[in-house]
Ligand binder design. Structure first.
Ligand SMILES: Cc1cc2nc3c(=O)[nH]c(=O)nc-3n(C[C@H](O)[C@H](O)[C@H](O)COP(=O)(O)O)c2cc1C
Length: 339
């Protein structure tokens, strides 16, 4: 099956089917400590957050999703306009399709026209780096969208569940190291929902990676998505719940701060403003989300996406005020209790 059809399946299934982990991301293990005397005024509370030296209106990265077929271009343009309007960073989906078929470049490059000043990240799979990507290809990934960063996604579990998946993983680490040496922009490495633990994060940081997006379990299960595809004749449902809960990844990876300078994105099952603020309290610099964005956009269009963001923004300001914090960076582990 072509990449194009696979990417179409992914959007269709993540919007219309139950593709979620049974296990939770772990945020319900923590509660905010209510402060009845916050001594803070809502009007003085702000949600701006800094990521890779740039100020954004809210600590939410819109995770990499799509591209590589014409309808994906329309989705990408809408996400781009949304991020330009709200001053949020975002990533395009895997650009492998455009390396294989240059006629698909436009479904990605459309984001830069729609979001001339936004922070946009390119995206390629770790599996594509095993043989070392050609320099021309790397330049094309970045230049086609004038990317501010490049994301490498690691998805060994998903590859195993795909009938057409790549299952040769040797050499990905070296490929990431070469990429980090080669490109001018920061390299971000993410999972796609099975999580990055402390040991894996350390390997990545030693190889020049600047940002770890833990992308843990508790949200979209990519094993489940692949097992539900029509083309899947031999689903392996036992793997549907495989992965490290997001909260465990955040807490573990945060321990590396003593020895490495890096930024951490919390993602995988971020489903509310409460999850965003808890992520930051547990040590992440930023949060990211995928499925709620594509669901809102496909079901309700740009207005639904605006409304989702308005709610998260409003709730976050209330949470901060109730905690007695004026800014996102004032939130700490001391604002949470384990329940
Ligand atoms: C429709 C869709 C397509 C996706 N395609 C990609 C992709 O091309 N590259 C990538 O790195 N992650 C991709 N992802 C994974 C997300 O970026 C994210 O890591 C994962 O879905 C977990 O986050 P969530 O629980 O908020 O959905 C995709 C997610 C969705 C919903």
């Amino acid at each position: 099956m072509s990449i194009k059809n696979r990417k179409k399946d992914h959007v269709e299934l993540t919007v219309n089917s139950d593709v979620f982990y049974k296990k939770s991301s772990g945020f319900e293990r923590y509660d905010f400590i209510h402060n009845a005397l916050p001594e803070t005024n809502l009007q003085d509370v702000h949600t701006e957050a800094v990521f890779l030296g740039r100020k954004f209106s809210y600590p939410l990265f819109i995770s990499s999703m799509t591209g590589g077929y014409s309808e994906a271009g329309a989705i990408n343009a809408q996400i781009a306009r949304f991020c330009e309007k709200w001053n949020l960073p975002f990533g395009v989906g895997s650009q492998r399709a455009m390396l294989e078929d240059p006629s698909e470049i436009e479904s990605f490059s459309v984001v830069r026209d729609a979001a001339p000043t936004a922070f946009i990240a390119a995206n390629i799979g770790g599996a594509q780096l095993t043989g070392g990507l050609q320099n021309d290809d790397i330049d094309l990934l970045i230049e086609s969208i004038r990317a501010n960063a490049i994301i490498v996604h690691l998805n060994p579990l998903q590859e195993f569940m795909q009938p057409e998946g790549d299952t040769a993983f040797e050499g990905i680490e070296k490929g990431i190291k070469q990429l980090a040496e080669r490109v001018q922009c920061p390299v971000i490495v993410k999972e796609t929902g099975a999580g990055i633990n402390k040991q894996c994060a350390e390997q990545l940081l030693r190889n020049g990676v600047k940002v770890i997006d833990v992308a843990g379990a508790g949200g979209t299960s990519w094993a489940k998505v692949e097992n539900l595809r029509d083309r899947q004749k031999n689903p392996l449902h036992n793997f549907n719940d495989w992965g490290l809960p997001t909260v465990d990844c955040i807490v573990e990876v945060n321990e590396l701060r003593k020895r490495y300078k890096f930024e951490m994105i919390a993602s995988g099952g971020i489903r509310s403003s409460f999850d965003v603020v808890k992520s930051l309290a547990l040590g992440a610099d930023f949060a990211a989300t995928a499925q709620p964005v594509i669901k809102a956009l496909v079901d309700g269009g740009p207005d639904a996406l605006d409304s989702l963001m308005e709610t998260w923004h409003r709730e976050t300001r209330i949470i901060l005020t109730l905690l007695g914090c004026r800014n996102i960076r004032d939130v700490t582990r001391n604002h949470l209790v384990e329940i």
